[in-house]
Design a protein around this ligand. Structure first.
Ligand code: MUC
Ligand code: MG
Length: 371
């Protein structure tokens, strides 16, 4: 019987291809916690735990993810049999509260290793892939209207993306509407434009801004108001035809139930990092399905390991109405895997090799690992 013999965590820092500006921070580098788990026969599973801008986006930082896995999680895993991941994750859940990103990194590594041992992709462990290719949007977040238009045009010409999300909320809403309106008018009707406000507005500002965004042809507004204020989100959803995508508001299945009870209607961004892993994100997806919410495959701007783990989960969903944003690896200047994901036809291919289906490039890994 295989058991867990070794666990190591690392922080890997890779610069981004350009500054990525959100209402909460501006990123020039992405820092990922990489977990490497080995069994008694030397086979390896890898996982990733990633957030945005240190502590700017959420309560976990790369350093806390690494520290809490090393100090509190590892003792529940070492020398344990590998044939029951649920039991291992329950043991961690029972004694470690919160730390969803750290839990997601561990569950990913265990699923990768189990998939390799059984010779099946992670999507098979989750019940089976319903899709082999998923739509994937790109986020225009240089902060400069002309640069964003140029970036979008090149990606449309390559057929790499035909849906774009714009990060807004750090300046006056009228300046944001002018920026978004100019991009939408230039790119035309064929191209879908969405915005992500990352909680920056209060209700009166959101009402004014959403009316104007609806007018310029925006298809979706993501997290316009503060995460924990469900009643505001529900009121805004009832007021506008343009749908709202709840992101920071909905971490796991319980949030999905509570948002539905608050009277919200719209869509929900699933993220393995928010839900403590792939299983938690799929549990939330079931609740959303029952509540009539549309689904969307979200990212924390992970590198390839976290991105491919998410893709295996999204591929196991029969329907993902709003597509995905699993473009994280393309925002980074380099990659730590040997063969990167394939982005084509305005989407991304789901790997079919055992486990996650990606392999670490050791030279690249040593180049970017934090010393
Ligand atoms: C978020 O809030 O959606 C996803 C894409 C991106 O640019 O930032 C993230 C986080
Ligand atoms: Mg978001």
């Amino acid at each position: 019987m295989s058991y867990i013999a070794h666990i190591e965590t690392y922080i890997v820092d890779i610069p981004t291809i350009r500054p990525h500006k959100l209402s909460v921070t501006s990123m020039a580098v992405q820092s990922m916690v990489i977990v490497r788990v080995r069994d008694n026969e030397g086979r390896e599973g890898v996982g990733e735990g990633t957030t945005i801008g240190g502590l700017a986006y959420g309560p976990e930082s790369p350093e806390s993810i690494k520290l809490n896995i090393d100090t509190y999680f590892v003792q529940h895993l070492l020398n344990q049999p590998l044939n029951n991941i649920k039991k291992l994750m329950l043991a961690i859940d029972k004694s470690c509260r919160g730390n969803a990103i750290a839990k997601s990194a561990i569950e990913t590594a265990l699923l990768d290793l189990q998939g390799k041992i059984l010779g099946v992709p992670v999507s098979t462990l989750l019940g089976g892939a319903c899709n082999s290719h998923l739509p994937c949007l790109w986020v225009l977040a240089s902060g400069d209207t002309e640069q964003d238009i140029e970036e979008a045009r090149a990606l449309i010409a390559e057929r790499r993306h035909n849906v774009f999300k714009l990060k807004i909320g750090s300046r006056h809403y009228k300046d944001d509407v002018a920026h978004v309106g100019r991009i939408k008018a230039t790119l035309g009707d064929e191209i879908s434009i969405r915005v992500d406000v990352n909680q920056a507005w209060d209700e009166p500002t959101a009402s004014l801004a959403m009316a104007a965004l609806q007018e310029v042809g925006v298809d979706l507004v993501e997290q316009p108001t503060p995460a924990r204020d469900f009643s505001t989100l529900a009121r805004l959803a009832q007021k506008f035809h343009m749908p709202i995508l709840a992101d920071e508001s909905v971490l796991d299945a319980t949030d999905g139930v509570n948002l539905s009870r608050a009277g919200f209607g719209g869509a929900v961004a699933l993220k393995i990092a928010k839900a403590g892993g792939l299983t938690g994100a799929l549990n939330l997806a079931s609740v959303c399905h029952g509540a009539g919410f549309g689904l969307y495959g979200g990212t924390m701007l992970e590198g390839t390991i976290g991105t491919v783990a998410s893709l295996h989960a999204w591929a196991a969903l029969p329907k993902i109405q709003w597509g995905t944003e699993m473009f994280g690896p393309l925002l980074q200047k380099d990659d730590i895997v040997k063969v990167p994901l394939t982005y084509a036809n305005n989407g991304v291919e789901i790997p079919t090799l055992p486990g996650l289906g990606v392999e670490i490039d050791e030279d690249k890994f040593s180049q970017y690992v934090r010393k």
